[in-house]
Design a protein around this ligand. Structure first.
Ligand SMILES: Cc1cc2nc3c(=O)[nH]c(=O)nc-3n(C[C@H](O)[C@H](O)[C@H](O)COP(=O)(O)OP(=O)(O)OC[C@H]3O[C@@H](n4cnc5c(N)ncnc54)[C@H](O)[C@@H]3O)c2cc1C
Length: 309
């Protein structure tokens, strides 16, 4: 818990709205997790910069979040500051030295808005994001992908904020992406991204988005809260198939369940705790290793401390 003195001091330094002792189940799609000491809501890059510098100078740990669709916060909550990037929502058609169109989006722009915007402008390249429920910042940090495409295929450059308040741009060739990860320095925050797209046909773009959404609805358990795929796919075989073949679909821990529909999803049936989700993750890893000899690695980001919500 942040002391009263520290709260007052931070409030003097930044105009940024803040909630203290906030339950993190409100900010994550899985709907589990204890309280964070503070959740800040900067309205733009300048406010974000002031906040980050103030937190850094006082040694307060921080974690940036977008839509919280790839995060599990443990039941003991998070000691430090959660910084919601959702107030950074500018999106615009840019210009590039090259002859392709570029769209710039701030990190809090939802992928749904970005994909819709591009479709309206008849720009093709981001259709694979249709139905991924994250924000631009979270998607680039996670190198989100689907149907053979990843963020790295469409990023032209990324605008980053260092914990010391420096803003700099890094070109695609200067960034290290891997499967579901963009390597960034510690506490570096994505504030905006330029996407390199192509001129396309609006109707064909919309049809591709619809096709992808139908595929996703058929495969994913969208009637329940979840954090998407729990594990990365090991080389050569989808994690969901390994989980299915080891007979783990449908197993429960409290109100958390390995989805009957997709083995790589854990769903919250109503009142799951983070401990239930983590218990299922441990059981899956153990059984898949014992039966298949494969070590599964989590794709979801697990934050915070053990304890009671
Ligand atoms: C139903 C469902 C389906 C999904 N389908 C897919 C899919 O097909 N493909 C896929 O790849 N993912 C999928 N996901 C996972 C998730 O939606 C993506 O990873 C998404 O891009 C995460 O974005 P977010 O804004 O929610 O990030 P968050 O969950 O808020 O954050 C994820 C990570 O990124 C960091 N982060 C967030 N914003 C920033 C920032 N601005 N700067 C630096 N770091 C930041 C956070 O600290 C955290 O480590 C799915 C999730 C759900 C619930």
């Amino acid at each position: 818990m942040m002391s009263e003195t520290l709260r007052r001091e931070l409030e003097r330094l930044t105009t940024c709205p803040v909630f203290y002792d906030e339950p993190m189940n409100r900010y994550t799609s899985m709907g589990v997790g204890g309280r964070a000491d503070a959740v800040f809501f900067p309205a733009g890059a300048e406010e974000l910069k002031t906040l980050i510098v103030a937190l850094k100078e006082r040694g307060i740990p921080l974690v940036p979040i977008g839509n919280g669709t790839n995060i599990i916060v443990k039941d003991g909550g998070y000691r430090g500051a959660v910084v919601s990037l959702k107030g950074l929502r500018r999106i615009q058609l840019g210009k590039s030295g090259a002859d392709h169109p570029v769209v710039f989006a701030e990190s809090g722009v939802g992928l749904a808005s970005l994909v819709g915007y591009c479709a309206e402008e008849s720009l093709t390249g981001l259709e694979f994001c249709a139905g991924i429920p994250g924000t631009v910042g979270g998607a680039v940090k996670m190198n989100a992908g689907a149907y053979g495409w990843e963020m790295k295929d469409v990023v032209e450059k990324v605008c980053l904020l260092s914990p010391f308040g420096e803003i700099r741009e890094r070109q695609r060739d200067d960034l290290l992406f891997e499967y579901r990860k963009l390597h960034l320095a510690e506490d570096e925050i994505v504030i905006g991204v330029s996407f390199q797209l192509k001129q396309g046909d609006r109707r064909a773009i919309r049809e591709e988005m619809d096709r992808i959404q139908v595929l996703r609805k058929g495969k994913h358990p969208l009637d329940y809260r979840s954090a998407g795929s729990i594990f990365k796919n090991p080389p050569g075989v989808p994690a969901g198939r390994l989980i299915d073949e080891t007979g783990l679909k449908g197993i429960r821990s409290g109100d958390a369940q390995v989805s009957e529909k997709h083995g790589n999803f854990i769903v919250n049936l109503g009142h799951a705790k983070a401990a239930d989700v983590l218990d299922l993750i441990a059981r899956i890893k153990k059984k898949v290793f014992e039966q298949k000899g494969v070590v599964l690695e989590t794709e979801v980001v697990i934050l915070g401390e053990n304890g009671n919500p």
